[in-house]
Structures are given as structure tokens and as C-alpha cells.
Ligand binder design. Structure first.
Ligand code: SF4
Length: 401
């Protein structure tokens, strides 16, 4: 479909940063969190002590995306403004954007088919696929592109792989918007291919195939939804370039890089390795800093439990929870309301991406007597929510135990 009108794309905001700064601060900042940071990331009230990770919450990419969305709403008051879906994986932020009149194309009542010149579409921090972008452009929509620079960096490498005849082996969740968008970049060159692996176990299956070959049909059935159309493991695992969703567990991405590199070395020899295998670091620094900070917190503070705050579909929050759960009892909560009482907490069970993310309830989660809680928040969680959680913990420990 073509409107005949060229699409306008804003990639660096809309010159309204100062105009929306007050609204952003009112919606997402927290004076309590600022006070805790100023106090060495420690907070004490009665029998409660909280240790806050030194890096947590909104990353630079999310900060920018939300800022641009507010600017778009302010700039185009006379035009419909749409988001393709969630701008970031935080329900509170998305609700606020809805309340400001931004419409979500992912809602059943909306349709991209009706879009045309005059409509404004905000592209999320994790980007959209090549085909989706082309469709918006053909319709002549005005686009506000908030795709994070760290995601763009991954895309650049994946298109390079495709250009050079390397299959992009992506460590990610194939249903995640960012991974779908990244995978689509592999198809921008003729013959470009991709394969998405969720974890080390799936990477091991790929390594086995690289080393020994195997049952082609069984392999394709195993990765049915995670490969490019026409993928052939006998042809497309000969040259492989590693990439990843920016929010995966860094240690696992690095491990996958090592095992795939070893498989390639075993199959083709050290001398020919560069002709068959490429890798580059695509975990974004914000993800890495949040993961490092929580490890450091647990290395230096004795905590009874960890509370990890973030949307249940937020990949980086789920990975923070995985890191913590390996060390101490951990509760991944969406917001302060999840702390129902000193007896009951509602939370997402800490699992790998494939497992269902339905919220569960756990009883007797808050120990009696003095309690020390470690706290962190995913890259899409505003400080306002972190502050409300600290306040709720204060209230609960004052009233129970
Ligand atoms: S988590 Fe990283 S890649 Fe994703 S928006 Fe934030 S800074 Fe960008």
C-alpha cells in the first residue's frame, strides 16, 4: 500500500525536551529513591533495612523513548498518535501513555490498515521489523523512532553478517519484539538467514549439529518457529555470526559465544575459524551494569530476600530475578500492590522465558523480626514505582512482625 506521500521520520526528538521535563518528573521520579541514593543506597526504618542496587531502573534507551513519546503527544495535539504496542515493558508507563491519549495499534479495535498521512506512529525502544517499518513509510505516516542505539548496533552487525553470507545466530526470545526486529535485519540481503536460541541448552543442540550434522528434519522441527524461511542447517550453519537480544543474561550470552566458537573450531579448525565464525558484544551497557550491580549487592550485603521490580514480560527484569534467585529467595513483582500484606506477596515465578509468566501468590514471605531486603528494578521500571515499593515495605514492617 502506498500513499504517495513520503514519510517523515523524527529520530532525535521533537525539540520539546524542556517542555515535557516537568511532566516526566512528576510521573516517574521519586524523592524517596533520591534520598536513598544519597544515603549510600541504604534505607532503614524500624525493623526494616533495604539495600538498593547501585544501578537499577530506567536505562538511557527507555528514558529517551518515554521522553520522545511525551514530546510527540505534546507536538501533535491535533493528530492521532499511535504506538505499535507497548513502548517498553512496564504496565504503569503504558497506562500513562494511554491516559495521555496515545492509541495502541496492538489493541483489537485498532488497525494499521487504516493508517495514512496525518497519523503519527511512535516506534518503541526495541524497534520494529523491517517489513513493519516499510509499511508505515508506504502509508506516509509521520514516524517518531525511539529505537535504542544499542539495538541499532546489533542490527548493523546482523546486516553485515547477512551481507557477508553469515547466518545470524541470535541469543534471544523469538517472540520478543526486539528479537523479531533483529531477525528481520538478516533478511535484508538475498540469502540472509537467522536462527534464534533461547539458552545454553538450545545452543548445545546447534553445536552438536555443527560438529556432527544430524537429522535435518528433526532439527528443523525443534527450531520451527525460530529460523528464517527456507533455513537449511546443512547449508546455513557453515558460517555463523553471533548476536543477541540486548537484555539477555550477559553470562549466558558470553557462554553461548564460547561454545559455538569451540564447535566451529572443532569442525573447521583454528586456521579457518574466521571464515566460519564471527562474534561481537551486543549486550547493552545498561543491561550489563544492572546485572553487575545486583551481583555486587549480593556479594557485599547479607540479605534475607531480594525484591526485583518490573513488568512480567520485561526480559531484563526476568534475568535480574534469575541472577538473584540463584543466591537468595527472590520475588519478581510488578509494583507495590503486589505486596498484598506481610503474609501474602503476588509475584512472577522466576523461570526461563519459555515458561508461563502467570502471577502466583506466596504466603509467609516476610520474615518476622529484623529483616534485610535487597532491591533492584529492571530497565523499564520508573523510580516512582521503586519508591512506592520502599514505602509499602516500610508500612508492612511497621504493622506486622
Ligand atoms: S535495555 Fe539497553 S538496549 Fe534496551 S532500551 Fe535500555 S539501553 Fe537500550
Amino acid at each position: 500500500m502506498s500513499s504517495g506521500q513520503p514519510a517523515v521520520i523524527y529520530r532525535k526528538g521533537l525539540d520539546l525536551k524542556e517542555a515535557v521535563a516537568g511532566a516526566l518528573s512528576a510521573d516517574y521520579d521519586s524523592s524517596l529513591v533520591e534520598a536513598i541514593k544519597g544515603d549510600g543506597y541504604r534505607y532503614a526504618a524500624g525493623r526494616l533495612t533495604v539495600h538498593l542496587a547501585h544501578e537499577f531502573g530506567f536505562c538511557y534507551g527507555v528514558d529517551r523513548a518515554v521522553d520522545y513519546a511525551y514530546q510527540a503527544r505534546q507536538r501533535f495535539t491535533d493528530r492521532p498518535v499511535f504506538l505499535t504496542g507497548e513502548i517498553i515493558h512496564n504496565p504503569d508507563v503504558n497506562d500513562k501513555l494511554r491516559a495521555a491519549g496515545i492509541r495502541f495499534l496492538s489493541d483489537p479495535a485498532e488497525s494499521t490498515e487504516r493508517l495514512g498521512p496525518g497519523d503519527v506512529v511512535i516506534l518503541p525502544a526495541f524497534g520494529v521489523s523491517v517489513g513493519v517499518l516499510a509499511d508505515f513509510q508506504a502509508r506516509g505516516c509521520t514516524l517518531v523512532d525511539t529505537t535504542c542505539g544499542s539495538v541499532l548496533n546489533v542490527w548493523k552487525n546482523v546486516t553485515r553478517y547477512a551481507r557477508d553470507g553469515f547466518t545470524a545466530l541470535i541469543h534471544g526470545k523469538y517472540k520478543h519484539e526486539e528479537t523479531r526486529a533483529t531477525a528481520s535485519q538478516a533478511l535484508t540481503f538475498p540469502g540472509g538467514q537467522y536462527l534464534v536460541v533461547l539458552d545454553r541448552a538450545e545452543a548445545d543442540l546447534v553445536c552438536d549439529y555443527i560438529r556432527h550434522g544430524g537429522d535435518r528434519d528433526a532439527f528443523l522441527a525443534r527450531f520451527a518457529h525460530a529460523v528464517s524461511p527456507g533455513f537449511d542447517p546443512d547449508r546455513d550453519l557453515v558460517r555463523v555470526g553471533l548476536a543477541n537480544q540486548t537484555t539477555m543474561l550477559m553470562s549466558e550470552s558470553l557462554e553461548i559465544g564460547v561454545v559455538v566458537g569451540e564447535a566451529m573450531r572443532d569442525r573447521y579448525g583454528e586456521a579457518d575459524l574466521a571464515a566460519h565464525y564471527r562474534a561481537f558484544d551486543t549486550i547493552c551497557s545498561a543491561t550489563q551494569e544492572r546485572q553487575d550491580a545486583v551481583v555486587e549487592l549480593l556479594d557485599h550485603q547479607a540479605v534475607d530476600l531480594m525484591v526485583v521490580i518490573g513488568g512480567y514480560n520485561s526480559s531484563n527484569t526476568c534475568n535480574l530475578a534469575r541472577l538473584c534467585a540463584a543466591r537468595v529467595p527472590t520475588y519478581h513483582i510488578a509494583d507495590a500492590e503486589c505486596l498484598a500484606s506481610g503474609q501474602t506477596i503476588r509475584h512472577r515465578p522466576v523461570t526461563l522465558g519459555k515458561s508461563p509468566a502467570a502471577e502466583i501468590e506466596t504466603a509467609a514471605w516476610l520474615p518476622a523480626g529484623p529483616v534485610t531486603i535487597g532491591l533492584t528494578a529492571g530497565a523499564s521500571t520508573p523510580n516512582a514505582i521503586v519508591g512506592r515499593v520502599v514505602q509499602r515495605l516500610t508500612d508492612l514492617t511497621a504493622s506486622a512482625g
